[in-house]
Design a protein around this ligand. Structure first.
Ligand code: HEM
Length: 528
Protein backbone atom coordinates (compact mmCIF):
# COMPACT_ATOMS: atom_id res chain seq x y z
CA UNK A 1 0.00 0.00 0.00
CA UNK A 2 2.44 2.63 -1.25
CA UNK A 3 0.93 6.06 -1.90
CA UNK A 4 -0.99 7.98 0.77
CA UNK A 5 -4.68 8.65 0.26
CA UNK A 6 -5.10 12.17 -1.18
CA UNK A 7 -6.42 15.26 0.55
CA UNK A 8 -6.78 18.54 -1.32
CA UNK A 9 -7.26 21.21 1.36
CA UNK A 10 -5.85 20.06 4.66
CA UNK A 11 -7.64 21.00 7.88
CA UNK A 12 -5.58 23.73 9.64
CA UNK A 13 -4.67 23.31 13.26
CA UNK A 14 -4.52 27.01 14.19
CA UNK A 15 -7.55 28.86 15.39
CA UNK A 16 -7.76 32.24 13.66
CA UNK A 17 -11.21 32.43 12.17
CA UNK A 18 -11.23 33.54 8.52
CA UNK A 19 -13.57 34.27 5.65
CA UNK A 20 -13.69 31.79 2.80
CA UNK A 21 -11.07 33.85 0.94
CA UNK A 22 -8.75 33.84 3.91
CA UNK A 23 -9.25 37.22 5.63
CA UNK A 24 -9.19 37.21 9.42
CA UNK A 25 -12.71 37.76 10.82
CA UNK A 26 -13.08 40.45 13.49
CA UNK A 27 -16.68 39.63 14.46
CA UNK A 28 -18.67 36.48 13.71
CA UNK A 29 -21.70 37.52 15.80
CA UNK A 30 -22.90 40.87 14.41
CA UNK A 31 -23.72 41.70 10.79
CA UNK A 32 -22.41 45.01 9.38
CA UNK A 33 -25.15 47.67 9.41
CA UNK A 34 -25.55 51.30 8.39
CA UNK A 35 -25.65 52.80 11.85
CA UNK A 36 -26.52 50.98 15.04
CA UNK A 37 -30.15 50.26 14.06
CA UNK A 38 -29.86 50.58 10.26
CA UNK A 39 -30.12 47.96 7.47
CA UNK A 40 -27.39 45.47 6.57
CA UNK A 41 -24.72 46.54 4.10
CA UNK A 42 -24.12 44.76 0.82
CA UNK A 43 -20.41 45.12 1.47
CA UNK A 44 -20.56 42.62 4.36
CA UNK A 45 -18.84 39.87 2.35
CA UNK A 46 -18.50 37.64 5.40
CA UNK A 47 -22.27 37.59 6.00
CA UNK A 48 -23.22 37.27 2.33
CA UNK A 49 -20.69 34.54 1.63
CA UNK A 50 -21.66 32.61 4.76
CA UNK A 51 -25.35 32.70 3.81
CA UNK A 52 -24.64 31.83 0.18
CA UNK A 53 -22.54 28.85 1.13
CA UNK A 54 -25.18 27.67 3.58
CA UNK A 55 -27.89 28.03 0.91
CA UNK A 56 -25.91 25.63 -1.29
CA UNK A 57 -24.83 23.08 1.31
CA UNK A 58 -27.07 20.32 -0.02
CA UNK A 59 -26.22 18.28 -3.08
CA UNK A 60 -28.79 15.94 -4.64
CA UNK A 61 -29.10 12.81 -2.55
CA UNK A 62 -28.58 9.48 -4.30
CA UNK A 63 -31.80 8.60 -6.15
CA UNK A 64 -31.52 5.16 -4.55
CA UNK A 65 -29.34 4.06 -1.62
CA UNK A 66 -29.54 7.59 -0.18
CA UNK A 67 -29.05 6.56 3.46
CA UNK A 68 -25.82 4.86 4.42
CA UNK A 69 -22.59 4.67 6.33
CA UNK A 70 -19.05 3.88 5.29
CA UNK A 71 -15.53 3.08 6.44
CA UNK A 72 -12.00 2.56 5.18
CA UNK A 73 -10.07 -0.68 5.33
CA UNK A 74 -8.19 -3.15 3.22
CA UNK A 75 -8.62 -6.29 1.15
CA UNK A 76 -5.99 -9.00 1.33
CA UNK A 77 -5.81 -11.66 -1.33
CA UNK A 78 -4.99 -15.03 0.24
CA UNK A 79 -5.05 -17.37 -2.78
CA UNK A 80 -2.97 -17.51 -5.95
CA UNK A 81 -5.38 -16.29 -8.58
CA UNK A 82 -2.93 -15.75 -11.44
CA UNK A 83 -4.54 -18.62 -13.40
CA UNK A 84 -7.85 -16.71 -13.31
CA UNK A 85 -6.92 -13.04 -13.61
CA UNK A 86 -4.17 -10.67 -14.61
CA UNK A 87 -5.49 -8.05 -12.15
CA UNK A 88 -2.35 -7.06 -10.26
CA UNK A 89 -4.05 -6.67 -6.88
CA UNK A 90 -5.28 -10.28 -7.08
CA UNK A 91 -2.10 -11.87 -8.41
CA UNK A 92 0.12 -12.39 -5.35
CA UNK A 93 -1.17 -13.86 -2.08
CA UNK A 94 -0.54 -11.47 0.79
CA UNK A 95 -1.07 -8.32 -1.32
CA UNK A 96 -3.14 -5.76 0.57
CA UNK A 97 -5.24 -3.17 -1.25
CA UNK A 98 -6.83 -0.16 0.46
CA UNK A 99 -10.60 -0.06 0.15
CA UNK A 100 -13.51 2.17 1.04
CA UNK A 101 -16.88 0.54 1.81
CA UNK A 102 -20.34 2.08 1.87
CA UNK A 103 -23.42 0.23 3.14
CA UNK A 104 -26.92 1.57 2.60
CA UNK A 105 -30.64 0.99 2.51
CA UNK A 106 -32.20 1.39 -0.93
CA UNK A 107 -35.64 2.94 -1.14
CA UNK A 108 -35.76 5.57 1.61
CA UNK A 109 -34.56 9.15 1.66
CA UNK A 110 -31.29 10.29 3.22
CA UNK A 111 -32.93 10.65 6.64
CA UNK A 112 -34.89 7.40 6.52
CA UNK A 113 -34.59 4.55 8.97
CA UNK A 114 -31.74 2.05 8.92
CA UNK A 115 -34.06 -0.71 10.05
CA UNK A 116 -36.45 -0.48 7.10
CA UNK A 117 -37.20 -3.75 5.33
CA UNK A 118 -35.01 -3.30 2.29
CA UNK A 119 -31.97 -4.86 0.64
CA UNK A 120 -28.72 -3.32 1.89
CA UNK A 121 -26.17 -1.88 -0.54
CA UNK A 122 -22.69 -3.35 -0.21
CA UNK A 123 -20.40 -1.09 -2.26
CA UNK A 124 -16.62 -1.41 -2.22
CA UNK A 125 -13.96 0.72 -3.86
CA UNK A 126 -10.62 -1.01 -4.32
CA UNK A 127 -7.80 1.53 -4.81
CA UNK A 128 -5.49 -0.66 -6.92
CA UNK A 129 -2.24 0.27 -8.66
CA UNK A 130 -4.04 -0.19 -11.97
CA UNK A 131 -6.90 2.15 -11.13
CA UNK A 132 -10.01 1.80 -8.99
CA UNK A 133 -12.23 -1.25 -9.13
CA UNK A 134 -15.71 -0.83 -7.65
CA UNK A 135 -17.68 -3.87 -6.54
CA UNK A 136 -21.19 -2.41 -6.24
CA UNK A 137 -23.28 -5.21 -4.79
CA UNK A 138 -26.01 -5.87 -2.26
CA UNK A 139 -26.46 -8.09 0.79
CA UNK A 140 -28.63 -10.36 -1.36
CA UNK A 141 -27.30 -12.69 -4.06
CA UNK A 142 -30.18 -11.88 -6.46
CA UNK A 143 -32.26 -8.89 -7.56
CA UNK A 144 -35.97 -8.23 -8.24
CA UNK A 145 -35.74 -7.71 -12.01
CA UNK A 146 -33.47 -8.73 -14.87
CA UNK A 147 -33.83 -5.91 -17.36
CA UNK A 148 -32.62 -2.34 -16.69
CA UNK A 149 -35.62 -0.96 -18.58
CA UNK A 150 -37.75 -1.92 -15.57
CA UNK A 151 -35.48 -0.33 -12.92
CA UNK A 152 -36.91 3.22 -12.76
CA UNK A 153 -40.48 1.83 -12.65
CA UNK A 154 -39.60 -0.64 -9.93
CA UNK A 155 -37.94 2.07 -7.84
CA UNK A 156 -40.92 4.41 -8.32
CA UNK A 157 -43.13 1.81 -6.60
CA UNK A 158 -41.01 2.11 -3.46
CA UNK A 159 -40.88 5.88 -3.46
CA UNK A 160 -43.76 8.16 -2.57
CA UNK A 161 -47.09 8.19 -4.39
CA UNK A 162 -47.10 11.13 -6.86
CA UNK A 163 -50.40 12.46 -5.47
CA UNK A 164 -50.36 11.70 -1.75
CA UNK A 165 -46.59 11.76 -1.19
CA UNK A 166 -47.15 8.66 0.95
CA UNK A 167 -45.56 5.22 0.66
CA UNK A 168 -47.86 3.10 -1.45
CA UNK A 169 -48.21 -0.61 -0.64
CA UNK A 170 -50.58 -1.08 -3.60
CA UNK A 171 -47.99 0.20 -6.09
CA UNK A 172 -45.27 -1.95 -4.52
CA UNK A 173 -47.20 -5.24 -4.66
CA UNK A 174 -48.90 -4.35 -7.93
CA UNK A 175 -45.50 -4.25 -9.61
CA UNK A 176 -44.08 -7.31 -7.84
CA UNK A 177 -47.17 -9.42 -8.52
CA UNK A 178 -46.86 -8.62 -12.23
CA UNK A 179 -43.13 -9.45 -12.33
CA UNK A 180 -42.79 -13.10 -11.29
CA UNK A 181 -38.98 -13.07 -11.49
CA UNK A 182 -39.04 -10.81 -8.40
CA UNK A 183 -40.26 -13.69 -6.18
CA UNK A 184 -36.79 -14.97 -5.33
CA UNK A 185 -35.71 -11.58 -3.97
CA UNK A 186 -39.09 -11.19 -2.21
CA UNK A 187 -38.40 -14.47 -0.36
CA UNK A 188 -35.06 -13.13 0.88
CA UNK A 189 -36.28 -9.62 1.63
CA UNK A 190 -39.27 -10.74 3.70
CA UNK A 191 -37.20 -13.19 5.71
CA UNK A 192 -35.43 -11.56 8.65
CA UNK A 193 -32.45 -10.94 6.33
CA UNK A 194 -34.48 -7.96 5.11
CA UNK A 195 -33.82 -6.28 8.47
CA UNK A 196 -30.15 -6.93 9.34
CA UNK A 197 -29.03 -6.25 12.90
CA UNK A 198 -26.12 -4.18 11.56
CA UNK A 199 -23.97 -3.67 8.47
CA UNK A 200 -21.32 -5.77 10.21
CA UNK A 201 -23.63 -8.76 10.49
CA UNK A 202 -24.55 -9.26 6.86
CA UNK A 203 -22.95 -10.86 3.80
CA UNK A 204 -22.26 -9.07 0.53
CA UNK A 205 -22.60 -10.31 -3.06
CA UNK A 206 -21.69 -9.07 -6.52
CA UNK A 207 -25.05 -10.66 -7.45
CA UNK A 208 -24.14 -10.37 -11.14
CA UNK A 209 -21.78 -12.72 -12.92
CA UNK A 210 -18.59 -10.79 -13.66
CA UNK A 211 -15.55 -12.01 -15.58
CA UNK A 212 -12.00 -12.63 -14.53
CA UNK A 213 -9.56 -12.66 -17.44
CA UNK A 214 -6.03 -14.06 -17.20
CA UNK A 215 -2.81 -13.05 -19.02
CA UNK A 216 -3.65 -15.31 -21.94
CA UNK A 217 -7.02 -13.63 -22.35
CA UNK A 218 -8.91 -16.67 -21.03
CA UNK A 219 -12.07 -15.62 -19.18
CA UNK A 220 -13.99 -17.29 -16.36
CA UNK A 221 -17.38 -16.20 -15.06
CA UNK A 222 -17.38 -15.42 -11.36
CA UNK A 223 -19.74 -14.34 -8.62
CA UNK A 224 -18.23 -12.60 -5.60
CA UNK A 225 -19.33 -13.47 -2.04
CA UNK A 226 -18.29 -11.58 1.11
CA UNK A 227 -19.19 -13.65 4.18
CA UNK A 228 -19.36 -11.80 7.46
CA UNK A 229 -16.94 -13.04 10.12
CA UNK A 230 -19.25 -11.52 12.76
CA UNK A 231 -21.96 -14.04 11.84
CA UNK A 232 -25.36 -13.27 10.35
CA UNK A 233 -27.62 -11.49 12.82
CA UNK A 234 -31.00 -10.01 12.00
CA UNK A 235 -33.79 -8.07 13.64
CA UNK A 236 -37.27 -9.49 13.91
CA UNK A 237 -39.98 -7.38 12.29
CA UNK A 238 -41.05 -6.15 15.75
CA UNK A 239 -37.52 -5.08 16.69
CA UNK A 240 -37.05 -3.33 13.36
CA UNK A 241 -40.36 -1.47 13.73
CA UNK A 242 -39.39 -0.33 17.18
CA UNK A 243 -35.98 0.87 16.01
CA UNK A 244 -37.68 2.88 13.24
CA UNK A 245 -38.94 5.07 16.04
CA UNK A 246 -36.27 4.81 18.72
CA UNK A 247 -33.03 4.83 16.71
CA UNK A 248 -33.43 5.29 12.96
CA UNK A 249 -29.62 5.50 12.62
CA UNK A 250 -28.88 2.20 14.37
CA UNK A 251 -26.78 0.65 11.58
CA UNK A 252 -24.71 3.75 10.79
CA UNK A 253 -24.09 4.17 14.52
CA UNK A 254 -23.18 0.52 15.04
CA UNK A 255 -20.52 0.56 12.31
CA UNK A 256 -18.95 3.83 13.46
CA UNK A 257 -18.90 2.89 17.14
CA UNK A 258 -17.54 -0.62 16.56
CA UNK A 259 -14.60 0.80 14.61
CA UNK A 260 -14.03 3.49 17.27
CA UNK A 261 -13.88 0.72 19.88
CA UNK A 262 -11.25 -1.08 17.81
CA UNK A 263 -13.65 -3.90 16.88
CA UNK A 264 -12.82 -4.05 13.19
CA UNK A 265 -15.43 -5.94 11.20
CA UNK A 266 -14.15 -8.39 8.62
CA UNK A 267 -15.48 -10.54 5.83
CA UNK A 268 -14.01 -13.66 4.25
CA UNK A 269 -14.11 -13.39 0.48
CA UNK A 270 -15.08 -16.24 -1.82
CA UNK A 271 -15.66 -16.74 -5.53
CA UNK A 272 -17.92 -19.05 -7.46
CA UNK A 273 -16.09 -19.79 -10.69
CA UNK A 274 -17.65 -21.08 -13.90
CA UNK A 275 -15.92 -21.89 -17.17
CA UNK A 276 -17.22 -19.59 -19.87
CA UNK A 277 -18.23 -22.47 -22.12
CA UNK A 278 -20.41 -23.99 -19.34
CA UNK A 279 -22.71 -20.97 -19.44
CA UNK A 280 -24.44 -22.04 -22.67
CA UNK A 281 -25.49 -25.41 -21.21
CA UNK A 282 -26.30 -24.49 -17.61
CA UNK A 283 -29.78 -25.09 -16.18
CA UNK A 284 -30.21 -21.33 -15.62
CA UNK A 285 -29.33 -18.32 -17.70
CA UNK A 286 -26.15 -17.42 -15.84
CA UNK A 287 -26.63 -13.75 -16.69
CA UNK A 288 -30.07 -13.61 -15.08
CA UNK A 289 -29.53 -11.72 -11.82
CA UNK A 290 -32.77 -13.11 -10.36
CA UNK A 291 -31.06 -16.53 -10.09
CA UNK A 292 -28.25 -17.93 -7.98
CA UNK A 293 -25.75 -20.54 -9.07
CA UNK A 294 -26.40 -23.24 -6.45
CA UNK A 295 -23.27 -23.87 -4.37
CA UNK A 296 -23.60 -27.61 -5.06
CA UNK A 297 -22.86 -26.85 -8.73
CA UNK A 298 -20.33 -24.09 -8.17
CA UNK A 299 -18.78 -24.29 -4.69
CA UNK A 300 -17.35 -21.26 -2.93
CA UNK A 301 -13.58 -20.86 -3.26
CA UNK A 302 -11.88 -18.81 -0.58
CA UNK A 303 -9.69 -16.06 -2.02
CA UNK A 304 -9.27 -13.29 0.52
CA UNK A 305 -10.20 -11.22 3.51
CA UNK A 306 -11.64 -7.75 3.88
CA UNK A 307 -11.27 -5.65 7.03
CA UNK A 308 -12.71 -2.24 7.90
CA UNK A 309 -10.47 -0.46 10.39
CA UNK A 310 -10.81 3.31 9.95
CA UNK A 311 -13.74 5.65 10.24
CA UNK A 312 -14.16 8.54 7.85
CA UNK A 313 -12.91 11.82 9.27
CA UNK A 314 -15.73 13.68 7.59
CA UNK A 315 -19.04 12.16 6.56
CA UNK A 316 -19.85 14.46 3.66
CA UNK A 317 -16.35 14.48 2.09
CA UNK A 318 -15.92 10.74 2.26
CA UNK A 319 -19.26 8.93 2.52
CA UNK A 320 -21.64 11.32 0.78
CA UNK A 321 -19.24 12.15 -2.03
CA UNK A 322 -18.18 8.55 -2.63
CA UNK A 323 -19.13 7.58 -6.16
CA UNK A 324 -19.18 3.86 -6.92
CA UNK A 325 -19.79 2.49 -10.38
CA UNK A 326 -19.93 -1.02 -11.81
CA UNK A 327 -18.19 0.54 -14.85
CA UNK A 328 -15.05 1.29 -12.81
CA UNK A 329 -13.08 -1.84 -13.79
CA UNK A 330 -9.40 -2.76 -13.87
CA UNK A 331 -7.58 -4.94 -16.44
CA UNK A 332 -8.25 -8.59 -15.55
CA UNK A 333 -11.83 -7.95 -14.36
CA UNK A 334 -14.48 -7.54 -16.99
CA UNK A 335 -18.20 -7.16 -17.60
CA UNK A 336 -20.61 -9.81 -18.87
CA UNK A 337 -23.77 -9.85 -20.97
CA UNK A 338 -25.98 -9.56 -17.88
CA UNK A 339 -28.48 -6.97 -19.14
CA UNK A 340 -28.92 -5.39 -15.72
CA UNK A 341 -25.19 -4.97 -15.36
CA UNK A 342 -25.03 -3.45 -18.84
CA UNK A 343 -27.67 -0.89 -17.84
CA UNK A 344 -25.79 -0.08 -14.66
CA UNK A 345 -22.58 0.57 -16.61
CA UNK A 346 -24.29 3.69 -17.94
CA UNK A 347 -26.45 4.77 -15.04
CA UNK A 348 -23.91 5.34 -12.26
CA UNK A 349 -21.40 7.47 -14.16
CA UNK A 350 -24.35 9.49 -15.40
CA UNK A 351 -25.81 10.05 -11.94
CA UNK A 352 -22.37 10.94 -10.51
CA UNK A 353 -22.16 13.82 -12.95
CA UNK A 354 -25.59 14.99 -11.82
CA UNK A 355 -24.88 14.49 -8.12
CA UNK A 356 -21.24 15.54 -7.90
CA UNK A 357 -20.24 17.12 -11.19
CA UNK A 358 -18.09 16.37 -14.22
CA UNK A 359 -14.91 16.09 -12.17
CA UNK A 360 -16.26 13.70 -9.53
CA UNK A 361 -13.22 11.46 -10.00
CA UNK A 362 -10.96 14.28 -8.79
CA UNK A 363 -12.63 14.27 -5.36
CA UNK A 364 -10.16 12.75 -2.89
CA UNK A 365 -12.44 9.82 -1.96
CA UNK A 366 -12.89 8.87 -5.62
CA UNK A 367 -9.38 9.47 -6.91
CA UNK A 368 -7.60 6.42 -8.31
CA UNK A 369 -4.68 7.67 -6.26
CA UNK A 370 -2.54 4.54 -6.40
CA UNK A 371 -2.32 4.64 -10.20
CA UNK A 372 -1.19 7.50 -12.43
CA UNK A 373 -4.12 9.09 -14.22
CA UNK A 374 -3.31 10.71 -17.58
CA UNK A 375 -5.82 11.43 -20.34
CA UNK A 376 -7.12 14.18 -22.60
CA UNK A 377 -10.15 15.26 -20.57
CA UNK A 378 -9.80 18.87 -19.41
CA UNK A 379 -11.55 21.65 -17.53
CA UNK A 380 -15.15 21.50 -16.32
CA UNK A 381 -16.55 22.89 -13.07
CA UNK A 382 -14.35 22.43 -9.99
CA UNK A 383 -11.14 21.38 -11.67
CA UNK A 384 -9.01 21.08 -8.58
CA UNK A 385 -6.12 19.09 -10.00
CA UNK A 386 -3.28 20.75 -11.92
CA UNK A 387 -5.38 19.98 -15.01
CA UNK A 388 -2.31 18.27 -16.55
CA UNK A 389 -0.51 21.61 -16.87
CA UNK A 390 0.75 21.92 -20.46
CA UNK A 391 0.49 18.25 -21.50
CA UNK A 392 -1.04 17.75 -24.95
CA UNK A 393 -4.81 17.42 -24.77
CA UNK A 394 -5.29 15.56 -28.04
CA UNK A 395 -4.09 12.46 -29.84
CA UNK A 396 -2.52 11.57 -32.24
CA UNK A 397 0.07 14.24 -31.64
CA UNK A 398 3.75 14.67 -32.52
CA UNK A 399 4.69 17.66 -30.37
CA UNK A 400 5.53 15.92 -27.15
CA UNK A 401 7.04 12.42 -27.34
CA UNK A 402 6.44 12.06 -23.60
CA UNK A 403 2.74 12.94 -23.91
CA UNK A 404 0.24 10.24 -22.98
CA UNK A 405 -0.36 7.57 -25.58
CA UNK A 406 -2.37 4.37 -25.69
CA UNK A 407 -0.76 1.03 -24.76
CA UNK A 408 -2.31 -1.24 -27.32
CA UNK A 409 -0.54 -4.56 -26.97
CA UNK A 410 -0.23 -4.82 -23.23
CA UNK A 411 -3.85 -4.16 -22.34
CA UNK A 412 -5.60 -5.71 -25.33
CA UNK A 413 -4.03 -9.08 -24.67
CA UNK A 414 -5.77 -9.13 -21.30
CA UNK A 415 -9.23 -8.31 -22.58
CA UNK A 416 -11.80 -11.05 -22.96
CA UNK A 417 -13.18 -11.61 -26.43
CA UNK A 418 -16.91 -12.06 -26.86
CA UNK A 419 -18.35 -13.62 -29.99
CA UNK A 420 -21.70 -12.11 -30.91
CA UNK A 421 -24.22 -12.85 -33.62
CA UNK A 422 -27.93 -12.45 -34.27
CA UNK A 423 -30.32 -9.66 -35.07
CA UNK A 424 -31.22 -6.69 -32.94
CA UNK A 425 -34.52 -6.75 -31.09
CA UNK A 426 -36.26 -6.57 -27.73
CA UNK A 427 -36.18 -10.17 -26.51
CA UNK A 428 -38.27 -11.38 -23.59
CA UNK A 429 -36.67 -14.30 -21.72
CA UNK A 430 -40.15 -15.83 -21.51
CA UNK A 431 -40.23 -16.20 -25.28
CA UNK A 432 -36.82 -17.84 -25.37
CA UNK A 433 -36.73 -21.54 -26.35
CA UNK A 434 -34.56 -22.33 -23.34
CA UNK A 435 -37.02 -20.74 -20.85
CA UNK A 436 -39.33 -23.12 -18.98
CA UNK A 437 -42.56 -21.74 -17.46
CA UNK A 438 -41.57 -22.87 -13.96
CA UNK A 439 -38.13 -21.24 -14.19
CA UNK A 440 -38.90 -18.24 -11.99
CA UNK A 441 -40.51 -20.34 -9.27
CA UNK A 442 -38.00 -23.15 -8.69
CA UNK A 443 -35.36 -21.19 -6.75
CA UNK A 444 -37.86 -19.21 -4.60
CA UNK A 445 -39.72 -22.47 -3.83
CA UNK A 446 -36.45 -24.20 -2.90
CA UNK A 447 -35.56 -21.28 -0.65
CA UNK A 448 -38.97 -21.37 1.06
CA UNK A 449 -38.56 -25.10 1.76
CA UNK A 450 -34.98 -24.59 2.92
CA UNK A 451 -36.20 -22.21 5.62
CA UNK A 452 -37.18 -24.18 8.67
CA UNK A 453 -39.62 -23.63 11.54
CA UNK A 454 -39.38 -20.09 12.88
CA UNK A 455 -37.56 -18.83 9.78
CA UNK A 456 -40.52 -19.83 7.64
CA UNK A 457 -43.03 -18.53 10.21
CA UNK A 458 -41.25 -15.17 10.23
CA UNK A 459 -41.22 -15.00 6.43
CA UNK A 460 -45.00 -15.52 6.29
CA UNK A 461 -45.63 -13.15 9.19
CA UNK A 462 -43.47 -10.40 7.64
CA UNK A 463 -45.21 -10.72 4.28
CA UNK A 464 -48.67 -10.58 5.88
CA UNK A 465 -47.70 -7.54 7.96
CA UNK A 466 -46.83 -5.68 4.75
CA UNK A 467 -49.33 -6.97 2.19
CA UNK A 468 -52.26 -6.39 4.56
CA UNK A 469 -51.92 -2.69 3.72
CA UNK A 470 -52.81 -3.32 0.06
CA UNK A 471 -56.32 -2.04 -0.68
CA UNK A 472 -56.88 -3.60 -4.11
CA UNK A 473 -57.60 -7.29 -3.47
CA UNK A 474 -56.87 -8.32 -7.08
CA UNK A 475 -53.24 -7.40 -6.41
CA UNK A 476 -53.19 -9.55 -3.28
CA UNK A 477 -54.73 -12.49 -5.17
CA UNK A 478 -52.14 -12.17 -7.94
CA UNK A 479 -49.26 -12.15 -5.47
CA UNK A 480 -50.64 -15.15 -3.58
CA UNK A 481 -50.88 -17.00 -6.89
CA UNK A 482 -47.12 -16.43 -7.30
CA UNK A 483 -46.40 -17.79 -3.81
CA UNK A 484 -48.60 -20.81 -4.70
CA UNK A 485 -46.61 -21.50 -7.83
CA UNK A 486 -43.39 -21.61 -5.81
CA UNK A 487 -44.97 -23.70 -3.04
CA UNK A 488 -48.72 -24.13 -2.42
CA UNK A 489 -48.12 -24.14 1.33
CA UNK A 490 -46.48 -20.71 1.13
CA UNK A 491 -49.53 -19.22 -0.61
CA UNK A 492 -51.92 -20.96 1.77
CA UNK A 493 -50.17 -19.64 4.85
CA UNK A 494 -50.09 -16.04 3.62
CA UNK A 495 -53.79 -16.29 2.77
CA UNK A 496 -54.53 -17.71 6.22
CA UNK A 497 -52.68 -14.84 7.88
CA UNK A 498 -54.67 -12.30 5.89
CA UNK A 499 -57.96 -14.09 6.58
CA UNK A 500 -57.22 -13.99 10.30
CA UNK A 501 -56.80 -10.22 10.13
CA UNK A 502 -60.04 -9.78 8.21
CA UNK A 503 -61.87 -11.93 10.71
CA UNK A 504 -60.58 -9.87 13.59
CA UNK A 505 -61.85 -6.72 11.89
CA UNK A 506 -65.48 -7.94 11.58
CA UNK A 507 -67.81 -6.01 13.92
CA UNK A 508 -68.34 -7.88 17.18
CA UNK A 509 -71.83 -8.24 18.70
CA UNK A 510 -70.79 -7.44 22.30
CA UNK A 511 -68.62 -4.49 23.37
CA UNK A 512 -64.90 -5.34 23.39
CA UNK A 513 -61.86 -3.64 24.90
CA UNK A 514 -59.95 -1.32 22.53
CA UNK A 515 -57.82 -3.25 19.98
CA UNK A 516 -54.04 -3.48 20.50
CA UNK A 517 -51.63 -1.64 18.21
CA UNK A 518 -52.14 -2.80 14.57
CA UNK A 519 -48.74 -4.50 14.22
CA UNK A 520 -49.14 -6.35 17.51
CA UNK A 521 -52.49 -7.64 16.34
CA UNK A 522 -51.04 -9.21 13.19
CA UNK A 523 -48.35 -10.92 15.16
CA UNK A 524 -50.73 -12.20 17.81
CA UNK A 525 -53.03 -13.68 15.19
CA UNK A 526 -50.25 -15.39 13.28
CA UNK A 527 -48.96 -16.94 16.44
CA UNK A 528 -52.36 -18.38 17.32
C1 HEM B 1 -26.77 3.08 -6.21
C2 HEM B 1 -28.92 2.68 -10.51
C3 HEM B 1 -29.25 -2.11 -9.93
C4 HEM B 1 -26.45 -1.76 -6.03
C5 HEM B 1 -27.38 3.39 -7.40
C6 HEM B 1 -27.55 4.72 -7.91
C7 HEM B 1 -28.15 4.60 -9.12
C8 HEM B 1 -28.36 3.21 -9.38
C9 HEM B 1 -28.53 5.73 -10.07
C10 HEM B 1 -27.13 6.00 -7.21
C11 HEM B 1 -25.64 6.15 -7.36
C12 HEM B 1 -25.09 7.42 -6.82
O1 HEM B 1 -25.81 8.42 -6.72
O2 HEM B 1 -23.87 7.44 -6.52
C13 HEM B 1 -29.16 1.35 -10.74
C14 HEM B 1 -29.75 0.81 -11.94
C15 HEM B 1 -29.86 -0.54 -11.77
C16 HEM B 1 -29.32 -0.85 -10.46
C17 HEM B 1 -30.15 1.63 -13.16
C18 HEM B 1 -30.40 -1.58 -12.68
C19 HEM B 1 -30.44 -1.45 -13.99
C20 HEM B 1 -28.50 -2.45 -8.85
C21 HEM B 1 -28.15 -3.79 -8.45
C22 HEM B 1 -27.36 -3.68 -7.36
C23 HEM B 1 -27.20 -2.28 -7.06
C24 HEM B 1 -28.60 -5.06 -9.19
C25 HEM B 1 -26.70 -4.76 -6.56
C26 HEM B 1 -26.36 -5.93 -7.05
C27 HEM B 1 -26.30 -0.42 -5.75
C28 HEM B 1 -25.58 0.10 -4.61
C29 HEM B 1 -25.68 1.49 -4.66
C30 HEM B 1 -26.47 1.81 -5.84
C31 HEM B 1 -24.86 -0.70 -3.55
C32 HEM B 1 -25.13 2.48 -3.64
C33 HEM B 1 -23.71 2.85 -3.97
C34 HEM B 1 -23.18 3.78 -2.90
O3 HEM B 1 -23.06 3.34 -1.75
O4 HEM B 1 -22.90 4.94 -3.23
N1 HEM B 1 -27.90 2.48 -8.29
N2 HEM B 1 -28.92 0.32 -9.87
N3 HEM B 1 -27.90 -1.56 -7.98
N4 HEM B 1 -26.82 0.63 -6.47
FE1 HEM B 1 -27.84 0.48 -8.16
Amino acid sequence: MSKEAPTIIATPNHSVFTTNNGNPVDDNQNSMTAGEFGPILLQDFHLLDKLRHFDQERIPERVVHAKGGGAHGYFEVTADMSNLTSAKFLSTPGTKTPIFARFSTVGGEKGSSDSARDPRGFALKFYTEEGNWDMVGNNTPVFFIRDPLKFPDFIHTQKRNPQTNLKDADAYWDFLSLVPESLHQVAILFSNRGTPFSFRHMDGFSSHALKLVNKEGVAHLVKWHFKTDQGIKNHSDEEALELNGTNPDSNVEDLFCAIERGEFPSWTVYLQVMKEEDAAHYRWNVFDVTKVWPHGDYPLQKIGKMVLNKNPKNYFAEVEQAAFSPAHMVPGIDVTNDKMLQGRLFSYIDTHRHRLGANYLQLPINQPYRSTVVHHQRDGPMTFSENFNGLPNYEPQSRDPKGPHQQLEDIRAKMSKVRLEGTTGRFSPRQSKSFKPEDDFVQPGDLYRLMKGKEQDDLVKNIVAHIKNVKDQTIVKRQIALFNKADPEWGRRVQKGLDAIKKSQLPKSSPTPPPPHREERVHEQLNE
